[in-house]
Design a protein around this ligand. Structure first.
Ligand code: SAH
Ligand code: SF4
Length: 385
């Protein structure tokens, strides 16, 4: 569907914006906003005519000034282990990826916030692409809208598959602050997706002023991409560290969590790169640096991409690193790779973005040319073999 310029896209409107729109722009009652919000997000409807409890007159009025436009899915693939991946083309032609990863007791959707990223972390292929543009709130929530809808069956009540959202796809969420906040509010809104604040996680490389701002407006969970135990090394891997060093960043994160009434802790993300930040001394240093930060640590084995210049450490090295942190009393997990048969892994999908986006462009062309997904997938495995 192509988006027209004059009409307002209701997809990205949170409850407050929707109420303002209905009451101030349309002169309608407040409850109309709730009705329409539910149709869009709880029933996956993008057509006003399907909103059967909305009067015909209002539906006609809505058609003249509003629309519901979701990102265009150009490629999707559902893995045998339940993992699902979508490539969504955004206006302007660039594509982002969204991945769903099921686990025993939850289903996590990994959502992108920007096309590309300006922060240029040395091991991240999104960063290597440079920054293209921010996604709108509609394009961010649209990824969840598409995912939630993908299990729907006509006539059946929707089941909840996505229980968690992590803002760990492409982009730095806190550099697209307003749109990310609006979209996260919709994720947690009872009349939309109703996810608990504990199950919506913003991941940041440490945009310190925005962490303080965020504390004023929301209480979503937070992950900090640390990746190094000292400023010298972090300056090289995560360049924003030159602006906001580790101490300053951890202070912001601690302040964010200290005001929450529940006992949530920050997730420290640490991508392990062979011989770079995965030595025993780094693990000991990390244990020291984090001693005043209530946290859990998530180790992410580096996900290689062409010409990255980094390697994934051996399993022995990864486990040694984990053991040292565990012995120091930390709760440590190693991120599993899932959806291997569709090449998807949350937080690591960005590790292959340059490569995958290039291939995705080919997928998009192939899909547009009318090839089936299976043909495209075969071609893709031909290319990667
Ligand atoms: N910009 C945000 C969120 C997106 S990146 C951030 O940096 O936190 C999501 C996670 O994937 C981050 O922890 C990031 O450091 C990590 N990551 C990026 N490239 C990776 C790679 N090649 N291998 C493993 N993890 C990677
Ligand atoms: Fe941007 Fe995150 Fe990649 Fe760094 S790791 S370049 S902040 S997306």
């Amino acid at each position: 569907m192509t988006q027209s310029t004059q009409k307002v896209n209701l997809l990205g409107m949170g409850m407050a914006s929707m109420e303002r729109f209905f009451m101030e722009e349309l002169g309608e009652k407040r409850f109309r906003a709730t009705q329409v919000l539910k149709w869009i997000h709880q029933r996956g409807v993008d057509n006003f005519d399907d909103m059967t409890d909305v009067s015909v007159a209002l539906r006609e009025k809505l058609k003249t000034c509003a629309e519901i436009v979701a990102p265009e899915v150009t490629f999707k693939k559902y893995s045998k282990d339940g993992t699902r991946k979508w490539v969504m083309k955004m206006p302007g032609g660039s594509a982002v990826e969204t991945v769903f990863i099921p686990e025993d007791d939850r289903g996590t959707l990994c959502v992108s916030s920007q096309i590309g990223c300006a922060l240029d972390c040395s091991f991240c292929s999104t960063g290597k692409q440079g920054f293209n543009r921010d996604l709108s709130a509609a394009e961010i929530i649209g990824q969840l809208w598409v995912a939630a809808r993908s299990w729907d069956e006509p006539g059946k009540k929707r089941e909840r598959h996505v229980t968690n959202v992590v803002m760990m796809g492409m982009g730095e969420p806190l550099l697209n602050y307003d749109n990310v906040v609006e979209a996260m509010n919709l994720m947690m809104e009872d009349n939309a997706y109703g996810l608990s604040k504990r199950r919506v996680t913003v991941s940041t490389s440490g945009v310190v002023p925005r962490i303080y701002d965020l504390a004023e407006v929301t209480d979503v969970s937070m992950a900090l991409s640390l990746h190094a135990p000292n400023d010298a090394l972090r300056n090289e891997l995560v360049p924003i560290n030159k602006r906001y060093g580790i101490d300053e960043t951890l202070a912001a994160v601690n302040a964010y969590f200290a005001r929450l009434p529940d006992k949530r802790v920050v997730t420290i993300e640490y991508t392990l790169m062979n011989q770079i930040n995965d030595k025993e001394e780094h693990a000991h240093e990390l244990a020291q640096v984090l001693k005043s930060t209530p946290c859990k640590i998530n180790l992410i084995p580096f996900n290689p991409f062409p010409n990255s210049g980094y390697e994934r450490p051996s399993n022995n090295r990864i486990h040694r690193f984990k053991d040292i942190l565990q012995q120091a009393g930390y709760n440590v997990t190693i991120r599993k790779t899932r959806g291997d048969d569709i090449d998807a892994a949350c937080g690591q999908l960005v590790g292959q973005v340059v490569d995958k986006t290039r291939r995705s462009v080919k997928f998009i062309e192939a899909v547009e040319l009318g090839h089936t997904a299976a043909t495209v997938a075969n071609r893709r495995s031909d290319r990667s073999s």
